[in-house]
Design a protein around this ligand. Structure first.
Ligand code: SF4
Length: 421
């Protein structure tokens, strides 16, 4: 979910690739051919995958250990004739120390190191480019093969450092305010490519003088809809939350979704981390256009799922993200309609001034309009934050992540043909 970015509330940060499509109607006819189902949704946890699948690297291709959570790593070391506890040592070396050279893992027996060198690699995505904003925000562009690249953004703020992680190359859900959605969709990221972003950032940023990791929070709000890639996101969450991995608490990991309801229910059962929902509209007619997945999972279903999720969540509220689009969803009437809509869902709001991108059809709401909207929500007793724009000088602001996507969905071609671009 490329939508937002963290500010004062860690659950309020995210970066979604959100960019308006040139010529997309703001009301009336839905986008022709917009894929509403996204990528196939998984129905099993990776930790249930049998050994044969875990070790299913074709031919003599080494397996990438960044793909494995602890359970899978245990299965792997046992397949090498080693004791299970070796998996915990290996996990610490990989994720706690950021080591990618087996020969440097000094407490592993030489025989095991030799076996690993022939059978496995630790291979994060390759770094293509790195940029640092004047405000300290850093963006890394990582290569994920076949001409595709993803973006990962680090946002420092006070004693917190938040990494915004991507989950797909592009996105199939085509939210009309989103730069990533505008680029089309290529594929899901693997577990290694998801956790590899955190691995990479930790290695690059290191630790503070007290020995604490600089990256203290993760938001799944980069390129892609994480719940459309649930199996791999789930395995990556396993590693983030594992004490032998990154040891993050569920409160420090926030997943942002546009609202794939069945997958949200599965996330609640597996890894109920903090939840942010890209709401962006106070009624179905408008949300059908801004967030087209709403046509499949309308607001009543989404809000019911949010309430179910809260029973398991580490925080007792959902953060609703609301991008402020001039003249589209930002009026006084919209604010009151929004309050009526969410009246029985414990929540906070994060208002996101729209970040323009090339060919976007929307404009950012005026600051006085945003203040008026915020005040109406606050007067009703809600906590409301207005996202500060961070990293916009390096196109790392909310909704500006685009990476490089070889679009298999041919979205731009279709929109151009239909005169929508
Ligand atoms: S779901 Fe996809 S298209 Fe929608 S905001 Fe997130 S990344 Fe963009």
């Amino acid at each position: 979910m490329d939508s937002l970015k963290p500010d004062s509330d860690p659950s309020a940060g995210a970066l979604s690739p959100s960019a308006p499509l040139s010529g997309v109607p703001l009301s009336g006819t839905p986008l022709s051919g917009t894929p509403l189902s996204g990528t196939p949704l998984p129905d099993h946890a990776l930790s249930d995958v049998p050994l044969s699948d875990v070790l299913a690297a074709p031919g003599n291709t080494p397996v990438n250990l960044l793909d494995f959570n602890l359970a899978q790593l245990e299965t792997f070391v046992e397949s090498l004739g080693e004791k299970r506890f070796r998996a915990r040592q290996l996990m610490r070396w990989i994720h706690l120390y950021g080591q990618d050279d087996f020969s440097a893992m000094s407490d592993l027996a030489r025989s095991l190191r030799e076996k690993l060198a022939g059978r496995a690699v630790i291979a994060p995505p390759k770094l293509l480019a790195s940029q640092q904003s004047d405000d300290g925000t850093q963006k890394w562009v990582l290569e994920v093969g076949a001409g595709n690249a993803i973006e990962t953004v680090f946002i420092p703020e006070g004693d917190r450092g938040t990494l915004c992680v991507s989950s797909q190359v592009g996105c199939a859900l085509a939210c009309t305010f989103c730069s990533t959605g505008h680029q089309g969709f290529n594929r899901n990221l693997t577990t290694a490519e998801i956790i590899g972003q955190l691995w990479w950032a930790n290695r690059a940023l290191g630790r503070d003088p007290k020995g604490e990791r600089i990256v203290s929070n993760v938001v799944m709000m980069g390129m892609g809809e994480p719940l459309a890639n649930l199996d791999n996101v789930d395995a990556a969450l396993d590693i983030m939350l594992d004490d032998f991995g990154y040891g993050l608490s569920r409160r420090r990991v926030t997943l942002s979704t546009s609202g794939i309801v069945p997958a949200l229910d599965k996330l609640r059962e597996r890894h109920p981390v903090a939840l942010a929902v890209s709401l962006h509209a106070p009624n179905d007619a408008l949300r059908d256009v801004i967030v087209p997945i709403n046509r499949k999972y309308p607001l009543a279903e989404l809000l019911a799922a949010c309430k179910r999720y809260l029973a398991a969540a580490p925080r007792d509220f959902v953060t609703f993200e609301y991008v402020m689009l001039d003249g589209v969803n930002d009026t006084v009437a919209h604010a009151h309609e929004l309050l009526a809509l969410i009246h029985d869902v414990p929540c906070k709001f994060n208002l996101i001034p729209f970040n323009p991108f090339p060919n976007s059809i929307y404009r950012r709401s005026r600051s006085e309009t945003i203040s008026r909207f915020r005040d109406i929500l606050m007067q009703a007793g809600y906590v409301v934050t207005v996202r500060r724009t961070r990293g916009d000088d390096i196109d790392a602001a909310c909704g500006q992540l685009a990476g490089q996507v070889q679009d298999k969905s041919r979205r731009l071609e279709r929109l151009t043909r239909e005169g929508l671009r």
